[in-house]
Design a protein around this ligand. Structure first.
Ligand SMILES: Nc1ncnc2c1ncn2[C@@H]1O[C@H](COP(=O)(O)OP(=O)(O)OP(=O)(O)O)[C@@H](O)[C@H]1O
Ligand SMILES: [Mg+2]
Length: 300
């Protein structure tokens, strides 16, 4: 039978980005870019966000693509963020249809209609992308934020560098642990609302909440991480690049309380799973971890 350590290693590798998925993401980027080039003057586009940092979980959805607009589109920057979002949305609806395209606060989501099976597999295909209009501003970017009604600054490179540094100082296990907690966060057992919103907050908190160095055990690290996240979910978490609005602004107090309750419950479930294995009930332990995380956690 699979040991708990083997199960976690398999789980970790199942949440890793593979070549086929990257090829599909790149093909989708090119497809959307080729189309948007007929509608807007785009200087360059790139895959970014958690996808680019390898902190995105599975199934792969909402992959961020920045579309950096040329100076000739500067008029959009002088208008409220809702204007550029609306024009991108209208353009994308013409190609993909209104049921596949959705406005979000900082992007337009395009759904490719890919089916997810019971094991959370998608035949290596990306479910959807977030199309983000952007303007370059020195080494930063400005992107529309229709929630606040203003353009906000962001810097994907600073976020990527921080993630890389955290990963290296945690024996290259940091990104894997972040993907696991984000997978838990997406588990449909929580209902339509994820415990932690935005899920980027999990990564931002993990920059501080995974400390003391990798101790060599996934089960213990995950249990402690859930407990620390629960402890600190009411803190204010600024943008790690110091540019955009606080990442913790995404939840009000009631939502933070719910997040704390669910993170604490997860930490308790993790303790019970650890206890099963400690007392020789390995199979029970594996089942408990799978119930906590979802179908990508292996039983065999
Ligand atoms: N408040 C913010 N200020 C500045 N930059 C932000 C802010 N929120 C998000 N970002 C940047 O935009 C990117 C995309 O945001 P998003 O909410 O999709 O997070 P993500 O890291 O891609 O996580 P997910 O896996 O949920 O897609 C982030 O990775 C981060 O680089
Ligand atoms: Mg994203």
């Amino acid at each position: 039978m699979l040991t708990v350590d083997e199960a976690f290693r398999k789980f970790k590798s199942r949440l890793e980005l593979n070549d086929k998925e990257q090829a599909n993401a790149s093909a989708r980027q090119n497809e959307v870019r080729e189309y948007l080039d007929t509608k807007f003057s785009i200087d360059n586009s790139f895959l970014t966000g958690s996808y680019r940092r390898h902190t995105k979980t599975k199934p792969l959805k909402d992959i961020d693509i920045f579309f950096v607009l040329k100076e000739s589109e500067r008029h959009y920057r002088d208008k409220p963020p809702s204007v550029v979002i609306k024009d991108f949305c209208d353009a994308l609806v013409d190609k993909y249809g209104k049921d596949a395209v959705r406005k979000q606060s900082r992007s337009v989501n395009v759904d490719f209609g890919v089916v997810v099976d019971a094991e959370d597999n998608t035949d290596y295909r990306v479910l959807s992308v977030d199309v983000v209009p952007a303007f370059a501003k020195g080494t930063d970017y400005e992107i529309p934020d229709t929630d606040s009604g203003v353009w906000i600054k962001t810097n994907p490179k600073i976020h990527a560098d921080k993630a890389t540094a955290a990963h290296q100082s945690f024996s290259s296990e940091w990104k894997g642990l972040v993907r696991m907690v984000k997978y838990w966060n997406n588990n449909p057992k929580h209902g339509a609302d994820k415990p932690v919103k935005p899920s980027f907050l999990i990564e931002v908190m993990a920059l501080e909440c995974l400390y003391g160095g990798w101790q060599g055990r996934f089960d213990i690290e995950i249990q402690a991480l859930f407990a620390t996240l629960a402890d600190r979910i009411f803190d204010t978490w600024p943008d790690p690049a110091g540019l955009g609005p606080a990442i913790s602004n995404g939840m009000d107090n009631a939502r933070k309380q719910r997040a704390r309750d669910l993170l604490m419950a997860a930490s308790r479930e993790a303790s019970l799973a650890i206890n099963h294995a400690r007392q020789g009930r390995n199979g029970e332990g594996l089942k408990a971890w799978r119930a906590l995380f979802g179908p990508k956690f292996p039983l065999s």
